[in-house]
Every structure is written in C-alpha cells, then in structure tokens.
Design a protein around this ligand. Structure first.
Ligand code: F6R
Length: 247
C-alpha cells in the first residue's frame, strides 16, 4: 500500500486525475472501476478538463461503478447513474453503452447482484478501481461487519452512512436504506486500486485503514493485502496518522 500526501483537495484531485489519465493513456481500452460521493468530484472535473484539452480519449474505455441505491431509477437525480452522467459521462467521449452501474430498479436483489458479477467478469475484470472511503472505513457500500463479503450483494446501510448521505437529499427520510454494492472480492480483484480521502473527518478511517489490523470492521483495511493499492490522502485526512507519528 503506497500513501501519497496531497496538500489539499485540489492537489488530491489533480494527483488522482494524473494516475487515471496515465491508466487511460497506457491502455486506451481499459476497464475503469468508478466511485461516486463528493470526494471524486474534483477528480472527474480534472478528467473532463483534460478531455476538453484533447489530452485524454475515452472512446474505447469501459467502466463499472461500485454501487447503486436499491430502488432508485437511473433518472432519479440522487441515483449513482445520474451522478456519473452529470460529473463525467455527459462531458467526455465515453460510449455510455459501455458504462455500467448496478441496476437499482431490479427488485430481485439476487438477480441484480448476479447480473452485475457476470457483467464485470464478461469485461475481463477491472484495470483501475477508484474508491472513496466512509468515515467508518467503508468502501463501496461494504459497511463494517463481522466478515468480508466477496461478490456483489445487497446491503442495509448503517445509520452513520444514512446520516452522512442525507446531505444530498431533501430529508433524511428520503435516503434509501439499501444499496447494491460490489463486494470486497470484486474490489480486491482489480489490478490497481486508487483510494481517495479528503478532510479531517476521514483521518480516523485512514489511520485504521493504513496502520491498523486488517479486519472487516474496517473494510478498507483489506487494501493492505492488495499488491498495487495507492492511497491519496490530503494533509487533513492524514492528520491522525501524523499525530500518532506513523506517517
Ligand atoms: C460511492 C461509494 C462510497 C463513498 C464513501 C465516501 O460510490 O462507494 O463508499 O466513496 O461513502 O463518500 P464521500 O466521498 O462523499 O465522502
């Protein structure tokens, strides 16, 4: 696990875009694993700028997103499909037919999850998986629990995640209570992983992830076992690690 310190959110976004751009340039038909949430917004903005400058070409890229709220349709403005269109897909030359997000409107959760695992397999796996991290150490919607779940599955969101995500909805009651998410096995199968963390609210999660034991109670800690995982964290997100003298 390699940790790169960024001075602030802008610096983090530029550095993350640099690594994704390198991946796209090295393998123009690669499979990108993508994340939503506020952390990667600046990274997507950087990628759009580079596309507009003619530096990046997404025409052969495919993508799979980590997760989707169960019950939300693609055109619901809180769905993760909608987020991806708004922040990236609508602004670059990616073929939307090659972009994949779990189907939140599939009521049969076993089918939704099996279909998504089959989709990822049929694409030959993920070359670079982008991740954010929850304040509780979750990745995708793999919440702290007693054991790692391997494949795509349906999760009940924890109260802390519902509260954290309520800022995107008009009231906390509107936050969906379930989501379909890639499992830890799907994430760990990616050839490269890039996890982003910004702000003091992530400092405990970053400390536990990078310097604590590998445990499903801090799902991101499993990345210590990945052969090519890069963490880009800003100074605030690294503050606890610095305070404890481990970084
Ligand atoms: C989003 C996702 C989540 C977020 C995490 C952090 O697709 O999988 O794990 O990455 O909740 O969210 P932000 O970036 O909003 O702090």
């Amino acid at each position: 696990m390699r940790i790169i310190e960024a001075a602030n959110y802008e610096d983090l976004s530029r550095k993350a875009a640099d690594l994704i751009a390198a991946q796209v340039i090295l393998k123009p038909d690669c499979v990108l694993g993508l994340a939503t949430g506020s952390t990667p917004e600046g990274t997507y903005k950087e990628l759009v700028t580079r596309y507009e400058q003619g530096v990046l070409d997404f025409s052969q890229i495919s993508s799979v997103n980590l997760d989707e709220y169960r019950g939300l349709s693609q055109d619901n403005d809180q769905s993760y499909r909608y987020f991806m269109n708004r922040h990236l897909f609508d602004h670059v030359n990616i073929d939307k037919a090659r972009t994949h997000v779990p189907n939140g409107k599939e009521p049969d959760s076993d089918k939704a999850c099996a279909d998504y695992d089959a989709q990822i397999l049929s694409m030959g796996g993920v070359d670079l998986q982008l991740l954010g991290i929850g304040g509780n150490g979750h990745i995708g919607f793999n919440e702290p629990c007693d054991e790692f779940v391997v494949g795509t599955h349906c999760v009940n969101l924890t109260q802390s995640t519902i509260e954290a995500n309520a800022r995107f909805f008009s009231s906390i009651d509107e936050v969906p209570k379930q989501a379909y998410t890639m499992g830890i096995g799907n994430i760990m199968a990616a050839k490269k992983i890039l996890l982003l963390a910004s702000g003091a609210g992530k400092s405990q999660a970053i400390f536990d992830t990078c310097f604590g034991p590998v445990t499903p109670h801090v799902p991101a800690s499993v990345l210590q076992l990945h052969p090519d995982a890069v963490i880009i964290a800003d100074t605030e997100a690294l503050s606890l690690a610095k305070e404890k003298g481990v970084f």
